[in-house]
Design a protein around this ligand. Structure first.
Ligand code: GCB
Length: 606
């Protein structure tokens, strides 16, 4: 569209997206330990609900040009200085009542300082902008990015001028037929610069990232350097608490793989003992560091093994919405911790981060708090354009960005490629391509997807049913997962859940990745009555009983921890724009089902 045409007229964009055969985004790793300055705070904001400046650019409204306005000069119909302000990070929807339903576009502006000291480099890092973004520095477009939940970086070393620089960001959260997610999804589309923004300084040659893990019985570290001095540099890796030191020389591409057999004193990470180690990777003049845990993960028949031992994963799913009446996107570590603390209070060792990559703070907390993680990309429902090359490129890109950002988080056990997607050839090809990427980028996790079940009534008595996952995609997955809503959607009541047998035709571990029912906190009544806490608790009891009796499952993540905002939940008495399937409500008040689930997990051995 208009934006593409404009880009062609200017210097090449530092494209934040690498769309190609084998997407490998460049993201600086170990960010919390880097020399970095926060650009969080109040930014200026201009809304353009008709997208006039995007579709019909003109000096009067090219916000990114940041023209000084003089009342006796040429006509300019915006003025940054006197415009409203908005907090970054933060979705715009919950910052002002009039923005609640706004989807964009919106333009953000702030000043940033001049160039780094001689010989240093500077990068602008956006942790997330929902959904589509375009970035200008001093009026020049410098990057564009699609995808609302993954980070992107832009090198600005040679683009900054002395003194103050004008940074303008356009955020547009409107979904379209080829976006991910597409036009229909069951959560609120919180728009804007939803996560933190940073300026990161590095030496000319620096350690861009290291991927450190236990693989094939060895500690393996892939270290990647960036800069003119990368080739041939000596790289030193250290895990001081293990007395482990390794070194090696970087290849022409600035990469080196270091490995060693694990020292005897290595303690493996587990939910019971979430041990992490400080790790550094150094070259002369720069050091990368992170805290990383080591564990093994594999499947055996229908079991999932952590550190060689099978376990039943006691989980819960959650969206990335903070506690509180407004239900906005999580902005801070404290907000993330508050939710994960409730996950732990349920007795969980497992959390499904639905339906898109959550913020980095959540993943770091999962490492620390001992929660096994399922992480996914928003390939969601049947509206996705599975046959569109642009959508496939986007899905691959999101998956790669998620993996590169989070591959050092040992808590992550599952990369999930999709949720409830139709069993068509287009979708099968789409997901297989992404799965191939995942296996190339990260051999240390299990690949899964939340699948629809197939109804199979053959050979069962009247009224009874077998719900099985027979999806062809199962062939490509390590673990299959079933979403099912018996007792809520469909014909059966919770009393009839025991007529159903769950399973899969694949000889692989099976998770129940969703079940649940809406209940309004405080709405009490007979258990037969929908929307009551009693009804939800009853459905939990019956489903958990069926899970335990079937022996078919390696774990479960009920849908879900907290009520969340969804524009497609209209019931005037019980929903009013909230999906009420939480076991706690938006204020954190526990429903009866919270205790039902907690009691079940207390009985099940890990
Ligand atoms: C599902 C979806 C989930 C919805 C849920 C519901 O199957 O995977 O995103 O929110 O059902 O509440 O109906």
């Amino acid at each position: 569209g208009a934006l593409t045409g404009m880009a062609a007229a200017t210097a090449p964009l530092a494209r934040a997206q690498t769309i190609g055969a084998n997407p490998a985004p460049t993201l600086i790793g170990g960010l919390p330990n880097r020399a970095r300055r926060s650009l969080d705070g109040q930014w200026k904001l201009i809304l353009d609900p008709f997208d006039v400046s995007g579709r019909k650019p003109g000096v009067r409204r090219n916000f990114w040009e940041d023209r000084p306005t003089t009342d006796d000069g040429p006509l300019v119909e915006y003025e940054w200085e006197t415009s409203d302000e908005i907090a970054v990070p933060g979705d715009w929807n919950t910052q002002s009542p009039e923005l609640f339903h706004y989807e964009g576009p919106a333009y953000y502006r702030r000043d940033i300082d001049g160039p780094p000291a001689d010989g240093r480099r500077r990068f602008l890092v956006f942790e997330a902008v929902n959904y589509r973004s375009r970035v200008w520095l001093n009026g020049e477009p410098i990057a564009e990015h699609e995808g609302g939940f993954t980070p992107f970086e832009i090198e600005v070393t040679d683009r900054l001028r002395p003194g103050s620089n004008s940074l303008v960001v356009r955020a547009d959260s409107r979904p379209g037929p080829e976006t991910l997610p597409a036009l229909d999804f069951d959560w609120k589309n919180h728009g804007g610069i939803t996560r933190s923004v940073w300026l990161v300084d590095t030496p000319a040659t620096f350690v861009r990232d290291a991927f450190v893990r236990l693989e094939g019985g060895r500690i393996v570290a892939d270290v990647e350097l960036d800069g003119p001095g990368a080739a041939g540099s000596m790289v030193r890796l250290a895990v001081p608490e293990l007395g482990l030191r390794l070194d090696g020389v970087a290849s022409r591409e600035g990469r080196v793989r270091l490995s060693a057999s694990p020292p005897r004193r290595l303690r493996l990470w587990s939910p019971e003992a979430p041990r992490l180690y400080d790790i550094t990777a150094e070259i002369d003049g720069d050091r990368w560091s992170d805290r990383v845990g080591f564990r093994t993960l594999q499947t055996r028949g229908r079991e999932i093994l952590l550190n060689g031992r099978p376990r039943f994963l006691k989980g819960i799913a959650m969206h990335e919405e903070r506690l509180g009446a407004d239900g906005g996107r999580i902005r801070t570590e404290a907000e993330a911790r508050a939710l994960l603390t409730e996950v732990k209070a349920l007795g969980c060792d497992f959390v499904r981060l639905a339906h898109y990559p959550h913020g980095e703070a959540t993943l770091r907390l999962a490492d620390e708090m001992g929660l096994i993680v399922w992480s996914e990309i928003p390939v969601y429902w049947e509206d996705v354009a599975y046959a569109a090359p642009a959508t496939l490129a986007l899905g691959r890109q999101m998956m790669a960005e998620m993996i590169v950002r989070d591959r050092n988080r040992c808590s992550i056990a599952f990369w999930s490629v999709a949720n409830e997607t139709p069993q068509t050839p287009e979708r099968l090809g789409f997901l297989r391509t992404i799965i191939d990427d995942v296996r190339r980028l990260d051999p240390t996790r299990l690949v899964t997807a939340a699948l629809n079940k197939n109804v199979d009534v053959g050979g069962v008595r009247d009224g009874e049913a077998r719900l099985v996952v027979a999806d062809e995609l199962g062939r490509d997955l390590d673990v299959v997962a079933m979403n099912q809503y018996e007792g809520w959607h469909g014909q059966r009541t919770p009393a009839e859940i025991d007529q159903v047998t769950f399973g899969t035709t694949w000889d692989k571990p099976l998770l129940m990745s969703e079940f649940g029912a809406d209940a309004l906190h405080g709405h009490r009544g007979p258990r037969e009555s929908r929307w009551t806490e009693e009804h939800q608790a009853w459905l939990y009891e019956e489903t958990l009983k069926a899970i335990a009796a079937s022996g078919a499952f390696a774990g479960v993540t009920p849908w879900l921890l907290k009520d969340f905002r969804s524009p497609r939940r209209w019931h005037g008495r019980f929903q009013r724009g909230w999906n009420r399937k939480g076991v706690i409500d938006e204020h954190g008040r526990r429903k009866l089902a919270f205790d039902t689930l907690k009691a079940f997990y207390a009985r099940v051995a890990a």
